[in-house]
Design a protein. Structure first.
Length: 129
């Protein structure tokens, strides 16, 4: 049987608001030791959000695994590094709704596809490199 306990900090029954973070600073979301859970959750909502723009990412990622959506081309990128600018980002393998057909890799590149995108030559699916 579980029993409720009184929190020594806030003098109420223990709940999520009583939890205090007791670890190193979390630079990705700007959380310091001894912050309460409520403010940490607010920082997660504000700081761990995807980036987006109308071109390929050229700015540094905020944290590893962050996502970036190019709203013009609908290409999705993820952060494999932090702090090196455009080279932080890698393109996630994507396929258009209708897979375009090109004679070869050069023709696909000339048509505007970028490394990592899928195209086809006849019945063979290929990846731009």
């Amino acid at each position: 049987m579980r029993t409720a306990a009184i929190c020594p900090t806030c003098a109420t029954y223990e709940n999520a608001l009583c939890i205090i973070y007791n670890g190193p600073i979390l630079t990705n979301i700007n959380v310091n030791p001894l912050e309460d859970l409520e403010s940490i959750l607010a920082k997660i909502n504000n700081n761990l959000v995807p980036k987006f723009g109308t071109t390929a990412p050229s700015i540094s990622a905020t944290y590893l695994g962050q996502t970036y959506l190019n709203t013009t081309t609908k290409l999705l990128y993820f952060a494999k590094a932090v702090g090196t600018g455009a080279s932080d980002w890698s393109l996630v393998l994507t396929a258009p709704v209708v897979t375009p057909q090109y004679a070869n890799n050069s023709a696909a590149l000339f048509a505007g596809l970028v490394a990592g995108q899928i195209y086809r030559t006849g019945d063979l699916l290929k990846i731009v490199h």
